[in-house]
Design a protein around this ligand. Structure first.
Ligand code: NAD
Length: 692
């Protein structure tokens, strides 16, 4: 079946790819494209060739149904080679989305003409890969290599106008795209001269190399463990160091290695898990949405300020409500300061900062929420305070307004019960700093109306968040699992692992920070206060707090911080203190290997994840993984706790947990029924989710 329509008129062959829905580069498209290019070489009626797409898409990339299967010839690089070396000029007429292999087709042509609505990008990095059909070699030959690198590192498509500005689109068609492309193609043919992208070298200057190397260093510093980032750096560096053909071979070999690299596979898994997390049981396209034109935030503290920024950044006007003038002024001042420092760093323009600041206003008293379509409460973490606030919101908010709480742990059902409209109440759990962290846990009580859940999902995306919908329980998904790690950390300290040994094991695993350094940074008094309120204890952390060791802010916590140093030093006083407490508590001490520390801290989290799945608090293991990667710094290249557990083997994890439970006499450590069942059956969480 023809996947490409070919028309020859006025000396130009127009090859129109027609492979709905997205004109993917499946085997038939590759074969026919190669064949048509080859035939055009000998066709006397053809002076020039245009490649374009049928419908709204140019070419959206590879055919995903061919992923993971043996490659079918011809390979895309072979087709691109024929395009680039064509004896007649080839012009890409980019009529819409050109992604991945689709953009690589265009880059192999001799000129690119785009419609104003076209969007162009190389998103492979998001799949744990790099472009594999010349993108890393051709793009830096067309535009500044540092800019090409940045584009491939980011993976987001750009508009045609931006591509023109950067230089990898030659013309944005003012009117009819094909007319413009035809003119361009004939002009090249008649001039008898066109440039093969692989021969271009004007962008490859000393200065350009320095600029690229600087960006590369920064990228490697930020993502030291990401194999795709390292491969991208190497491939782009090849542009400066190798002849074109060798550069292509280097790119190809790095691409192939990534396909099989377990870290890159985990990144690929994360990408799809994130997409899937957007699908919420019982919510669909047909579910109605509520309009969100105005927002209000209760509380101008750490979280309230950040949440207000999220709304303003998305262009939604927001009113911040506080109990008193001075708290309001402080909160709004902090937000203005954050925008100022972005302007200072050059990451935000002055106009944009002013525009966003103007979208945020403040008020004392709840009357100011009367116009809001959504109210997000971010006041103190106290059920009494929250219920009182929600009772007031119930009186003042307009009918149909969504009433959300940013609570970290509290029962959203009980908060909803303080109102006469529980169907409008939901949890929107942002993470700190709220304007930066990507995760949003949408906490869904059973009473919440479907259109509220659907609207919050859309809103999350509008605010640039990865939104995961979860059920109500203490701490929801993220904090509930974190509590297991925190408890395990306490136990391990008493049992003999030193603070720096625990932190080193966890950073060695790939987290940016260990739990104790993290506690010192956040302030140990927060957990202390919560435990006192709940009547629970953590012997080591409690003792530190009683001694006024609250962490970095008091210069002493699990570590000591001379002159406010950000990185703590080992403190012999703390180490002696822990040994003393252990003795008092009757805990026998010994040393622990790195592997054992990792197992003792992370296996109980996996176990809690299994309980969360069995209780349907999370809809799928992938949702838990998305939460941990985006909200708790779980190393992305390890996929997430449930994905990682599958890789370790649930049998091994269950066996270890049983041993921990027996040794410690702590039943919370015993394998949860779901984990035990899967371990017994030799299955993974993934197979369970897929209905095995
Ligand atoms: P915060 O102490 O920094 O700010 C709370 C603010 O709320 C204060 O400015 C206070 O004056 C104001 N406030 C208190 N009662 C009020 C009322 N009745 N009306 C209006 N304003 C009132 O606290 P935070 O860290 O921003 O936390 C706020 C909420 O967000 C808590 O529920 C917390 O559990 C949750 N949360 C915090 C984090 C975090 O890392 N800090 C992360 C996620 C969620």
């Amino acid at each position: 079946m023809p996947k490409i329509h070919s028309d020859v008129a006025g000396g130009v062959a127009v090859l129109r790819i027609s492979n709905p829905p997205v004109n993917a580069l499946g085997q038939a498209v590759r074969e026919q494209l190669l064949d048509l290019i080859t035939r055009a070489q000998d066709d006397a009626a053809v002076e020039a060739i245009i490649i374009t797409g049928e419908g709204k898409v140019f070419i959206a990339g590879a055919d995903i149904s061919e992923f993971g299967k043996p490659p079918l010839p011809p390979a895309l690089p072979e087709v691109l080679d024929a395009i680039e070396n064509s004896a007649k000029p080839v012009v890409a007429a980019i009529n819409g989305l050109a992604l991945g292999g689709g953009l690589e087709v265009a880059l192999a042509g001799h000129a690119r003409v785009a419609s104003a609505s076209a969007r162009l990008g190389l998103p492979e990095i998001k799949l744990g890969l790099i472009p594999g059909a010349g993108g890393t070699q051709r793009l830096p030959r067309l535009i500044a290599p540092a800019a090409a690198f940045a584009l491939m590192l980011d993976g987001e498509p750009v508009e045609a106008a931006r591509a023109l500005e950067l230089g990898f689109v030659d013309v944005v068609a003012p009117g009819d795209l094909l007319e413009t492309a035809r003119d361009k193609a004939l002009a090249l043919a008649r001039a008898g001269a066109w440039r093969r992208t692989g021969d271009a070298s004007a962008t490859l200057t000393e200065q350009a190399r320095e600029a690229f190397e600087e960006r590369a260093r920064e990228a490697l510093r930020r993502q030291p463990d990401a194999p795709n980032v390292a491969a991208l750096v190497e491939a782009v560096r090849g542009v400066f160091e190798l002849p074109f053909a060798e550069g292509l071979a280097l790119e190809r070999s790095r691409f192939r290695t990534l396909v099989d690299d377990p870290r890159a596979q985990a990144l690929r898994y994360s990408f799809f898990a994130e997409r899937k997390a957007g699908q919420v049981p019982g919510i669909g396209r047909e579910t109605p949405r509520r309009e969100i034109a105005r927002a209000a935030v209760i509380g101008a503290g750490t979280m309230g300020g950040g949440i207000a920024m999220c709304f303003a950044n998305a262009g939604i006007p927001v009113t911040v409500v506080e109990v008193a003038e001075d708290a309001l002024r402080r909160g709004i001042g902090r937000v203005a300061g954050l925008y100022e420092s972005s302007v200072g760093r050059g990451s935000l323009s002055r106009e944009e900062a002013d525009r966003r600041t103007a979208l945020i206003d403040g008020a004392v008293g709840y009357d100011a929420v009367a116009d809001a379509d959504i109210v997000v409460e971010a006041a103190f973490e106290d059920m009494g305070v929250k219920q009182e606030i929600f009772a007031s919101l119930d009186r003042i908010a307009k009918p149909g307004a969504i009433l959300a709480t940013n609570t970290s742990y509290l029962d959203v059902n009980a908060i909803a019960a303080a109102t006469q409209r529980p169907q409008d109440v939901i949890g929107l759990h942002f993470f700190s700093p709220a304007n930066v962290m990507r995760l949003l846990e949408i906490v869904r009580p059973e009473t919440t109306a479907a259109d509220v859940v659907a609207t919050c999902g859309d809103l999350g995306r509008k605010l640039g968040k990865v939104a995961v919908t979860v059920g109500v329980c203490f701490g929801f998904v993220g904090n509930r699992m974190l509590a297991r790690r925190t408890a395990a950390t306490e136990r391990l300290l008493l049992a003999g692992a030193l603070p720096h040994e625990i932190d080193d094991a966890i950073t060695g695993f790939g987290f940016r920070m260990g739990p104790l350094a993290m506690g010192d940074l956040a302030g140990l008094d927060i957990g202390w206060r919560t435990r006192k309120a709940q009547g629970t204890r953590a012997p080591v952390a409690d003792t530190l707090c009683e001694l006024g060791r609250f962490g970095q802010k008091s210069g002493r916590g699990f570590y000591r911080y001379p002159e406010n140093a950000r990185k703590g030093e080992r403190d012999p006083e703390v180490e002696a203190l822990i040994a003393e407490i252990a003795q008092r508590e009757g805990v026998e001490r010994r040393s622990f290997s790195t592997e054992e520390i990792v197992a003792r801290l992370l296996y109980p989290m996996v176990n809690e994840g299994a309980r969360i799945l069995a209780e349907k608090i999370a809809a799928r293991p992938g949702d838990i993984d998305v939460i941990w990667v985006n909200g708790y710094n779980w190393p992305a290249w390890r996929g997430g706790p449930m994905y990682w557990a599958d890789a370790v083997g649930l049998g091994a994890i269950a066996g270890q947990l049983t041993a921990f439970a027996d040794r410690e006499g702590d039943e919370t450590l015993r394998p949860a029924p779901l984990l035990a069942e899967l371990a017994e059956a030799g299955l993974t969480f993934r197979q369970w989710a897929e209905g095995a």
